[in-house]
Design a protein around this ligand. Structure first.
Ligand code: URA
Length: 424
C-alpha cells in the first residue's frame, strides 16, 4: 500500500478502504509512519470528513492496538466529550455504586479548556488513579464503583494520535472524536455506555447539530459491537457547575452529595437514572423510571452516596480530610454586576480561559478557582456579586476586563436548556 496515495485520495474528498485506514493507524502506532505524513492524513480527514466504513475501521484499528478488558459481571460506563465545570462522573459513580451497579469510570485529565476527572479526584492527596487490572477488579468487588486513569495498555494508537491532533489543530472532527472515544469505551469492556455529548462555547462541538451527528456516529459504533449505548446532547455554552478549578469543583460535588439542588446534580441524576434503566433492562427487570428516581433521591438524602464516594476515594488511597479546606484562599476578588437584569451569558470558554491563565501564572496553581453566584436566567441588581476569583497568589484587577466580555446581562430572561436531545 502506498501512503502518499491514501493521503491524496482523502485530500480529494474520496473514501479510503477499511484496509487503507487500518494500514495508516497500525503504521503510525508502530512508528513506521512519520508525524508529518500522519498530520497530513488527519488534516485531510478533518477537512473532508470520513464515511461510516472509514470511521468504523479507524475505531476498530485503535481499539485493537492494545489490551481489551472483559468482565464476568455487567459493567457500565459514562463518558463526556469534554466540558467546563463538568463533575457529573464524581456524582453518578457513587450513586450507581450505591445501587449495586458496577461502574468503571476510566477518565482523563484536563485537556485545553476542558476539565478532567482525574485532576479532580487527585485533589484527595494520595489518590492513585493508575490502578492495575487486579486492583480495579478488587475495587468493583468491594465498592461497585471506581475512578481510574486510562491504562497505558489500552488503545495506545489513540494516545499517540490524540497527542498529534492536539498539536496540529485536528481535534474537532466528528470521525476522529467518535473513533477516539469509542475505541476506548469498547476496550474497557463496558456493556452499557452513556455518552454525554456537549455543544457550545466550552465544548469541542460548537453547534448542537454537529453534536447530534457526533452522538449518532458514536451510538452506531457502540451498537455494532452489541453494546447498549445512548447519547445525551447537552449544553456547554455556560459552565455546568458553579465552579471552575479542581478543588472548587470537588466542593460542588460534595454540595450535590449533601442534597443541594443544582444543574450539575440534576444532570448527574438524569444520567444515573438512564444508566440504571439500561442496566435493569439488560437484567430483564421492569423498573419504573419514577421508582429509579425515588431510589436515587433516597441514596443522596440518606447520605449513602456521599459515604460511597468517600469509600471510593479511600480505596484509591485518597485523604478525605482535605474536604475541610477546599475553597479557602489567601486572596479573592469579587466581580459585580454592572447593570440590573437577567444573566443571559456566562461564556464557558472565556471563564475557563481566565482560570487557566491565572493558574499558569500562579505559584500555588492548585489554589486557583472561580465560583459563580449566579446561573443563566437569574435576576441580578447592579452591584450583586456574579462570581468570585480565588488564589493564594495576588489577583490582578486587570482580570475584570476579561470577565466583562464573559458575562452578559440582558433585559430579557433566557432559559437554559440542559438536555438538547437524547440519541438512542
Ligand atoms: N475526548 C477524546 O477522548 N477524544 C477526542 O478526540 C476528543 C475528546
Amino acid at each position: 500500500m502506498n501512503l502518499y496515495d491514501i493521503i491524496e485520495k482523502k485530500r480529494h474528498g474520496q473514501s479510503n478502504t477499511a484496509a487503507e485506514v487500518e494500514y495508516v493507524i497500525k503504521g503510525f502506532t508502530a512508528g513506521d509512519i512519520p508525524d508529518y505524513m500522519m498530520s497530513a492524513y488527519l488534516m485531510a480527514v478533518c477537512i473532508n470528513g470520513a464515511d461510516k466504513d472509514e470511521t468504523f475501521a479507524m475505531c476498530k484499528a485503535m481499539m485493537e492496538s492494545g489490551d481489551t478488558l472483559h468482565f464476568d459481571s455487567v459493567v457500565v460506563d459514562k463518558h463526556s466529550t469534554g466540558g467546563v465545570s463538568d463533575s457529573t462522573s464524581m456524582i453518578l459513580v457513587p450513586i450507581l455504586a450505591s445501587m449495586g451497579i458496577d461502574i468503571l469510570k476510566m477518565s482523563g485529565r484536563s485537556l485545553g479548556f476542558t476539565g478532567g476527572t482525574i485532576d479532580k479526584i487527585e485533589v484527595f492527596s494520595g489518590y492513585q488513579a493508575d490502578m492495575s487490572e487486579k486492583k480495579l477488579l478488587e475495587a468493583l468487588h468491594k465498592n461497585h464503583g471506581v475512578i481510574v486513569s486510562q491504562s497505558q495498555d489500552l488503545c495506545p494508537a489513540d494516545k499517540k494520535i490524540y497527542a498529534l491532533r492536539d498539536k496540529t489543530a485536528t481535534v474537532d472532527s466528528i470521525p476522529l472524536i467518535a473513533s477516539s472515544i469509542m475505541s476506548k469505551k469498547l476496550a474497557t469492556g463496558a456493556k452499557i455506555i452513556l455518552l454525554d455529548v456537549k455543544y457550545g462555547s466550552g465544548a469541542f462541538m460548537k453547534s448542537a447539530e454537529n453534536a447530534v451527528k457526533l452522538a449518532r456516529t458514536m451510538v452506531d459504533i457502540g451498537r455494532s459491537y452489541d453494546r447498549q449505548v445512548m447519547a445525551v446532547v447537552t449544553d456547554m455554552d455556560s459552565p455546568l457547575g458553579s465552579s471552575i478549578g479542581a478543588k472548587f469543583e470537588v466542593a460542588d460535588v460534595l454540595d450535590v452529595l449533601d442534597g443541594k439542588s443544582s444543574d450539575l446534580g440534576n444532570l448527574a441524576k438524569f444520567f444515573a437514572c438512564e444508566i440504571a434503566g439500561m442496566y435493569y433492562k439488560d437484567q430483564g427487570k421492569e423498573i419504573k423510571r419514577a421508582d429509579i428516581e425515588a431510589t436515587i433521591d433516597t441514596i443522596i438524602s440518606s447520605g449513602a452516596a456521599k459515604e460511597k464516594f468517600f469509600d471510593i476515594v479511600k480505596f484509591g488511597g485518597g485523604d478525605i480530610s482535605v474536604v475541610e479546606n477546599l475553597t479557602k484562599t489567601k486572596y479573592s476578588l469579587e466581580y459585580k454586576a454592572k447593570s440590573a437584569g437577567y444573566i443571559s451569558r456566562l461564556d464557558a470558554y472565556s471563564l475557563s480561559k481566565i482560570v487557566r491563565e491565572m493558574t499558569d501564572s500562579a505559584q500555588d496553581k492548585a489554589s486557583v478557582g472561580l465560583r459563580l453566584n449566579v446561573n443563566i436566567g437569574d435576576k441580578v441588581n447592579m452591584g450583586d456579586t456574579i462570581c468570585t476569583l480565588h488564589s493564594n497568589d495576588k489577583i490582578s484587577s486587570a482580570i475584570i476586563n476579561a470577565l466583562d466580555s464573559a458575562v452578559v446581562i440582558s433585559k430579557k430572561k433566557t432559559v437554559k436548556q440542559l438536555v438538547y436531545k437524547v440519541v438512542r
